[in-house]
Design a binder for this molecule. Structure first.
Ligand code: SF4
Length: 331
Protein backbone atom coordinates (compact mmCIF):
# COMPACT_ATOMS: atom_id res chain seq x y z
CA UNK A 1 0.00 0.00 0.00
CA UNK A 2 1.74 3.17 -1.17
CA UNK A 3 2.17 6.14 1.21
CA UNK A 4 -0.57 8.33 -0.37
CA UNK A 5 -3.14 5.52 0.07
CA UNK A 6 -2.02 4.94 3.67
CA UNK A 7 -2.36 8.65 4.45
CA UNK A 8 -5.81 8.92 2.91
CA UNK A 9 -7.00 5.77 4.67
CA UNK A 10 -5.83 7.16 8.02
CA UNK A 11 -7.83 10.33 7.33
CA UNK A 12 -10.95 8.33 6.38
CA UNK A 13 -10.77 6.24 9.55
CA UNK A 14 -10.40 9.39 11.67
CA UNK A 15 -13.25 11.08 9.78
CA UNK A 16 -15.57 8.13 10.42
CA UNK A 17 -14.55 7.87 14.08
CA UNK A 18 -15.17 11.59 14.61
CA UNK A 19 -18.54 11.58 12.82
CA UNK A 20 -19.83 8.64 14.88
CA UNK A 21 -17.97 9.55 18.09
CA UNK A 22 -16.43 6.10 18.25
CA UNK A 23 -14.42 5.25 21.35
CA UNK A 24 -12.46 2.53 19.53
CA UNK A 25 -12.00 1.19 16.04
CA UNK A 26 -10.37 -2.07 15.06
CA UNK A 27 -8.01 -2.24 12.10
CA UNK A 28 -6.92 -5.65 10.86
CA UNK A 29 -3.85 -5.87 8.64
CA UNK A 30 -4.19 -8.82 6.31
CA UNK A 31 -3.38 -9.79 2.77
CA UNK A 32 -2.09 -11.77 0.99
CA UNK A 33 0.59 -11.61 3.61
CA UNK A 34 0.80 -8.29 5.49
CA UNK A 35 4.33 -8.85 6.79
CA UNK A 36 5.56 -8.51 3.19
CA UNK A 37 4.90 -4.78 3.64
CA UNK A 38 7.99 -4.70 5.87
CA UNK A 39 8.55 -3.20 9.34
CA UNK A 40 8.90 0.41 8.16
CA UNK A 41 5.51 0.51 6.44
CA UNK A 42 3.76 -1.27 9.33
CA UNK A 43 5.24 1.19 11.85
CA UNK A 44 4.44 4.18 9.64
CA UNK A 45 0.84 3.14 9.03
CA UNK A 46 -0.10 2.18 12.59
CA UNK A 47 1.43 5.39 13.97
CA UNK A 48 -0.30 7.52 11.32
CA UNK A 49 -3.76 6.01 11.95
CA UNK A 50 -3.44 6.34 15.72
CA UNK A 51 -2.29 9.94 15.41
CA UNK A 52 -5.21 10.85 13.09
CA UNK A 53 -7.78 9.04 15.27
CA UNK A 54 -6.50 10.56 18.50
CA UNK A 55 -7.73 13.94 17.20
CA UNK A 56 -11.24 12.40 17.33
CA UNK A 57 -10.59 10.98 20.81
CA UNK A 58 -10.65 7.46 19.35
CA UNK A 59 -8.38 4.56 20.31
CA UNK A 60 -7.26 2.20 17.54
CA UNK A 61 -6.77 -1.52 18.15
CA UNK A 62 -4.51 -3.09 15.55
CA UNK A 63 -4.32 -6.77 14.74
CA UNK A 64 -2.45 -8.56 12.02
CA UNK A 65 -3.32 -11.88 10.35
CA UNK A 66 -0.22 -13.64 9.08
CA UNK A 67 0.87 -17.00 7.73
CA UNK A 68 3.66 -16.75 10.32
CA UNK A 69 6.51 -17.52 7.97
CA UNK A 70 8.16 -14.08 8.34
CA UNK A 71 7.70 -13.68 12.10
CA UNK A 72 11.05 -13.03 13.78
CA UNK A 73 12.18 -11.72 17.16
CA UNK A 74 12.99 -8.33 15.64
CA UNK A 75 9.55 -8.07 14.09
CA UNK A 76 7.79 -9.20 17.27
CA UNK A 77 9.74 -6.56 19.24
CA UNK A 78 8.43 -3.96 16.82
CA UNK A 79 4.84 -5.27 17.05
CA UNK A 80 5.18 -5.19 20.84
CA UNK A 81 6.23 -1.53 20.67
CA UNK A 82 3.34 -0.78 18.32
CA UNK A 83 0.86 -2.89 20.32
CA UNK A 84 -0.31 -4.92 17.32
CA UNK A 85 -2.00 -8.27 18.08
CA UNK A 86 -0.91 -11.22 15.97
CA UNK A 87 -3.19 -13.92 14.58
CA UNK A 88 -1.56 -16.85 12.80
CA UNK A 89 -3.05 -19.12 10.15
CA UNK A 90 -2.52 -22.77 11.01
CA UNK A 91 -4.57 -25.61 9.57
CA UNK A 92 -3.63 -28.20 12.19
CA UNK A 93 -1.05 -30.99 12.19
CA UNK A 94 1.77 -31.10 9.61
CA UNK A 95 0.04 -33.20 6.95
CA UNK A 96 -3.21 -31.21 7.28
CA UNK A 97 -1.50 -27.83 7.10
CA UNK A 98 0.88 -28.70 4.29
CA UNK A 99 -1.92 -30.12 2.13
CA UNK A 100 -2.69 -26.55 0.96
CA UNK A 101 -0.05 -24.24 2.41
CA UNK A 102 2.95 -24.87 0.19
CA UNK A 103 5.56 -22.74 -1.51
CA UNK A 104 5.25 -21.83 -5.20
CA UNK A 105 4.70 -24.78 -7.53
CA UNK A 106 4.81 -28.03 -5.56
CA UNK A 107 7.03 -26.33 -2.98
CA UNK A 108 7.74 -27.27 0.62
CA UNK A 109 4.91 -27.00 3.13
CA UNK A 110 5.18 -24.22 5.72
CA UNK A 111 4.09 -26.16 8.83
CA UNK A 112 7.57 -26.39 10.35
CA UNK A 113 8.22 -22.66 9.90
CA UNK A 114 4.80 -21.71 11.28
CA UNK A 115 5.19 -23.87 14.38
CA UNK A 116 8.65 -22.33 14.96
CA UNK A 117 7.06 -18.87 14.74
CA UNK A 118 4.35 -19.95 17.18
CA UNK A 119 7.00 -21.13 19.64
CA UNK A 120 8.49 -17.62 19.46
CA UNK A 121 5.10 -15.96 19.86
CA UNK A 122 4.38 -18.17 22.88
CA UNK A 123 7.40 -16.84 24.82
CA UNK A 124 6.38 -14.86 27.90
CA UNK A 125 7.65 -11.61 26.36
CA UNK A 126 5.50 -11.89 23.23
CA UNK A 127 2.58 -13.87 24.61
CA UNK A 128 0.42 -10.74 25.21
CA UNK A 129 0.50 -10.18 21.43
CA UNK A 130 -0.90 -13.62 20.61
CA UNK A 131 -4.42 -13.02 19.27
CA UNK A 132 -5.22 -16.56 18.18
CA UNK A 133 -5.14 -19.12 15.38
CA UNK A 134 -7.13 -19.22 12.17
CA UNK A 135 -7.79 -22.67 10.73
CA UNK A 136 -9.39 -23.29 7.34
CA UNK A 137 -11.55 -26.40 7.42
CA UNK A 138 -10.79 -29.30 5.13
CA UNK A 139 -12.94 -32.38 5.78
CA UNK A 140 -10.03 -34.50 4.46
CA UNK A 141 -8.19 -33.61 7.71
CA UNK A 142 -8.99 -35.38 10.95
CA UNK A 143 -10.98 -32.91 13.10
CA UNK A 144 -9.80 -34.16 16.50
CA UNK A 145 -6.15 -34.26 15.46
CA UNK A 146 -6.57 -30.79 13.96
CA UNK A 147 -8.04 -29.41 17.19
CA UNK A 148 -5.33 -31.08 19.29
CA UNK A 149 -2.61 -29.65 17.04
CA UNK A 150 -4.02 -26.13 17.49
CA UNK A 151 -4.41 -26.61 21.26
CA UNK A 152 -0.70 -27.57 21.54
CA UNK A 153 0.13 -23.87 21.00
CA UNK A 154 -2.22 -22.71 23.78
CA UNK A 155 -3.83 -19.97 21.69
CA UNK A 156 -6.23 -17.63 23.50
CA UNK A 157 -8.71 -18.18 20.64
CA UNK A 158 -9.17 -20.19 17.46
CA UNK A 159 -11.38 -19.43 14.50
CA UNK A 160 -12.49 -22.03 11.97
CA UNK A 161 -13.07 -20.84 8.45
CA UNK A 162 -15.44 -22.45 5.95
CA UNK A 163 -13.70 -22.36 2.55
CA UNK A 164 -15.23 -19.80 0.22
CA UNK A 165 -17.79 -21.41 -2.05
CA UNK A 166 -21.07 -20.70 -3.83
CA UNK A 167 -23.88 -22.87 -5.21
CA UNK A 168 -22.20 -22.58 -8.62
CA UNK A 169 -18.82 -23.57 -7.14
CA UNK A 170 -19.63 -25.85 -4.20
CA UNK A 171 -16.96 -26.66 -1.60
CA UNK A 172 -14.69 -29.70 -1.90
CA UNK A 173 -16.25 -32.89 -0.56
CA UNK A 174 -19.73 -31.38 -0.84
CA UNK A 175 -22.28 -33.90 -2.07
CA UNK A 176 -20.25 -36.87 -0.78
CA UNK A 177 -22.06 -36.74 2.53
CA UNK A 178 -24.96 -34.93 4.12
CA UNK A 179 -22.97 -32.25 5.87
CA UNK A 180 -19.20 -32.87 5.79
CA UNK A 181 -18.25 -29.48 7.22
CA UNK A 182 -20.98 -29.62 9.86
CA UNK A 183 -19.93 -33.12 10.96
CA UNK A 184 -16.29 -31.95 11.10
CA UNK A 185 -17.18 -28.97 13.29
CA UNK A 186 -19.37 -31.14 15.57
CA UNK A 187 -16.37 -33.38 16.21
CA UNK A 188 -14.22 -30.33 17.01
CA UNK A 189 -16.93 -28.98 19.29
CA UNK A 190 -17.10 -32.23 21.25
CA UNK A 191 -13.31 -32.31 21.62
CA UNK A 192 -13.31 -28.67 22.72
CA UNK A 193 -15.84 -29.46 25.44
CA UNK A 194 -14.17 -32.70 26.49
CA UNK A 195 -10.85 -30.87 26.97
CA UNK A 196 -12.40 -28.10 29.09
CA UNK A 197 -12.68 -25.45 26.36
CA UNK A 198 -8.99 -24.52 26.49
CA UNK A 199 -9.42 -21.63 24.03
CA UNK A 200 -12.21 -19.35 22.87
CA UNK A 201 -13.92 -20.47 19.66
CA UNK A 202 -16.10 -17.61 18.44
CA UNK A 203 -18.17 -19.79 16.13
CA UNK A 204 -19.30 -22.08 18.97
CA UNK A 205 -19.69 -19.27 21.49
CA UNK A 206 -21.78 -17.22 19.06
CA UNK A 207 -24.10 -20.15 18.30
CA UNK A 208 -24.59 -20.70 22.01
CA UNK A 209 -25.31 -17.01 22.71
CA UNK A 210 -27.62 -16.57 19.72
CA UNK A 211 -29.48 -19.81 20.48
CA UNK A 212 -30.13 -18.68 24.06
CA UNK A 213 -30.95 -15.16 22.90
CA UNK A 214 -28.42 -13.81 25.41
CA UNK A 215 -25.98 -12.15 23.04
CA UNK A 216 -24.99 -11.26 19.50
CA UNK A 217 -22.63 -12.92 17.09
CA UNK A 218 -18.92 -12.23 17.09
CA UNK A 219 -18.60 -14.36 13.96
CA UNK A 220 -19.22 -12.93 10.49
CA UNK A 221 -20.77 -16.26 9.43
CA UNK A 222 -23.69 -16.10 11.85
CA UNK A 223 -26.54 -13.88 12.95
CA UNK A 224 -28.67 -11.38 11.11
CA UNK A 225 -26.63 -8.21 11.56
CA UNK A 226 -24.69 -7.02 8.48
CA UNK A 227 -20.92 -7.17 8.64
CA UNK A 228 -19.57 -3.99 10.21
CA UNK A 229 -16.33 -4.04 8.25
CA UNK A 230 -14.91 -3.10 4.88
CA UNK A 231 -11.69 -4.21 3.22
CA UNK A 232 -9.26 -1.69 1.76
CA UNK A 233 -7.16 -2.89 -1.16
CA UNK A 234 -3.58 -1.72 -1.63
CA UNK A 235 -4.65 0.78 -4.33
CA UNK A 236 -7.28 2.33 -2.03
CA UNK A 237 -10.29 0.54 -3.57
CA UNK A 238 -12.86 -0.41 -0.96
CA UNK A 239 -14.45 -3.87 -0.92
CA UNK A 240 -17.45 -4.98 1.12
CA UNK A 241 -15.89 -8.15 2.28
CA UNK A 242 -13.19 -10.22 0.69
CA UNK A 243 -15.39 -13.36 0.73
CA UNK A 244 -17.53 -11.93 -2.09
CA UNK A 245 -14.61 -12.53 -4.44
CA UNK A 246 -15.77 -16.16 -4.38
CA UNK A 247 -18.79 -15.01 -6.41
CA UNK A 248 -16.81 -13.44 -9.27
CA UNK A 249 -13.69 -11.38 -9.83
CA UNK A 250 -14.40 -7.87 -8.56
CA UNK A 251 -17.77 -8.83 -6.98
CA UNK A 252 -16.52 -7.52 -3.64
CA UNK A 253 -15.72 -4.04 -4.94
CA UNK A 254 -17.98 -1.21 -3.79
CA UNK A 255 -17.05 0.96 -6.76
CA UNK A 256 -15.59 3.51 -4.35
CA UNK A 257 -12.11 4.23 -3.06
CA UNK A 258 -10.73 5.95 0.03
CA UNK A 259 -10.11 8.97 -2.24
CA UNK A 260 -13.64 9.17 -3.69
CA UNK A 261 -15.91 8.21 -0.78
CA UNK A 262 -16.22 8.46 2.98
CA UNK A 263 -17.24 5.20 4.66
CA UNK A 264 -20.74 6.60 5.21
CA UNK A 265 -21.04 7.52 1.51
CA UNK A 266 -20.12 3.94 0.59
CA UNK A 267 -23.10 2.65 2.56
CA UNK A 268 -25.41 4.54 0.21
CA UNK A 269 -24.05 2.63 -2.81
CA UNK A 270 -25.73 -0.39 -4.42
CA UNK A 271 -24.58 -3.67 -2.93
CA UNK A 272 -24.13 -2.34 0.62
CA UNK A 273 -24.77 -5.07 3.22
CA UNK A 274 -28.45 -5.31 4.05
CA UNK A 275 -29.80 -5.58 7.52
CA UNK A 276 -31.93 -8.28 9.09
CA UNK A 277 -33.94 -11.31 8.14
CA UNK A 278 -36.02 -9.39 5.57
CA UNK A 279 -33.11 -9.38 3.11
CA UNK A 280 -32.94 -13.21 3.02
CA UNK A 281 -34.68 -15.69 0.68
CA UNK A 282 -38.05 -17.18 1.67
CA UNK A 283 -36.53 -20.50 2.79
CA UNK A 284 -34.24 -18.69 5.23
CA UNK A 285 -36.91 -16.28 6.41
CA UNK A 286 -39.14 -19.22 7.33
CA UNK A 287 -36.33 -21.33 8.80
CA UNK A 288 -36.56 -21.92 12.58
CA UNK A 289 -32.79 -21.41 12.87
CA UNK A 290 -32.63 -18.07 11.06
CA UNK A 291 -31.95 -15.93 14.16
CA UNK A 292 -28.82 -17.99 14.80
CA UNK A 293 -27.69 -18.81 11.29
CA UNK A 294 -28.73 -15.62 9.52
CA UNK A 295 -28.42 -17.40 6.17
CA UNK A 296 -24.65 -17.73 6.53
CA UNK A 297 -22.10 -15.58 4.71
CA UNK A 298 -23.57 -13.57 1.83
CA UNK A 299 -21.08 -15.01 -0.67
CA UNK A 300 -22.08 -18.55 0.28
CA UNK A 301 -25.69 -17.86 -0.82
CA UNK A 302 -24.83 -16.98 -4.40
CA UNK A 303 -25.72 -19.02 -7.49
CA UNK A 304 -28.30 -21.23 -9.26
CA UNK A 305 -29.39 -18.22 -11.32
CA UNK A 306 -30.97 -16.60 -8.24
CA UNK A 307 -28.19 -14.19 -7.26
CA UNK A 308 -28.04 -14.13 -3.46
CA UNK A 309 -31.66 -15.32 -2.99
CA UNK A 310 -30.66 -18.77 -1.72
CA UNK A 311 -29.89 -20.36 1.62
CA UNK A 312 -26.17 -20.79 2.27
CA UNK A 313 -24.44 -23.51 0.27
CA UNK A 314 -23.39 -24.62 3.80
CA UNK A 315 -27.04 -24.72 5.00
CA UNK A 316 -26.92 -28.41 5.99
CA UNK A 317 -23.53 -27.95 7.67
CA UNK A 318 -24.52 -24.90 9.69
CA UNK A 319 -27.88 -26.35 10.73
CA UNK A 320 -26.19 -29.61 11.76
CA UNK A 321 -23.76 -27.68 13.97
CA UNK A 322 -26.44 -25.43 15.50
CA UNK A 323 -28.61 -28.42 16.42
CA UNK A 324 -25.62 -30.32 17.76
CA UNK A 325 -24.56 -27.46 20.04
CA UNK A 326 -28.14 -27.03 21.29
CA UNK A 327 -28.31 -30.77 22.05
CA UNK A 328 -24.99 -30.74 23.94
CA UNK A 329 -26.03 -27.66 25.92
CA UNK A 330 -29.00 -29.65 27.25
CA UNK A 331 -26.87 -32.64 28.32
S1 SF4 B 1 -29.01 -21.13 5.46
FE1 SF4 B 1 -30.24 -22.89 6.04
S2 SF4 B 1 -30.06 -23.05 8.28
FE2 SF4 B 1 -29.43 -20.99 7.66
S3 SF4 B 1 -31.26 -19.73 7.84
FE3 SF4 B 1 -31.12 -20.41 5.72
S4 SF4 B 1 -32.35 -22.28 5.65
FE4 SF4 B 1 -31.91 -21.87 7.82
Amino acid sequence: MPAPVRRQLALRIAEHARRHRLERVRVLLHGGEPLLAGPRVIADFTTMVRRAASGAGTAVDFALQTNGVLLSEALLDLLLDLNVQVGVSLDGYAEAHDRHRRGPGAGRGSHARVTAALALLSRARYRPLFGGLLCTIDPANDPVRTFDALATHHPPAADFLLPHATWDHPPAGWGNSEAPYGAWLCAVHDRWRATGQPMRIRLFESIDLLSRGTGGSSSEVLGTMPTAAVAIETDGAVSWTESLNAVADGAAHTGGTVFSHSFDALLALDGAPEDGVGSLCRLCRECPLVRVCGGGLRAHRFGRGCGFANPSVYCRDISTLIRHIALRADQ
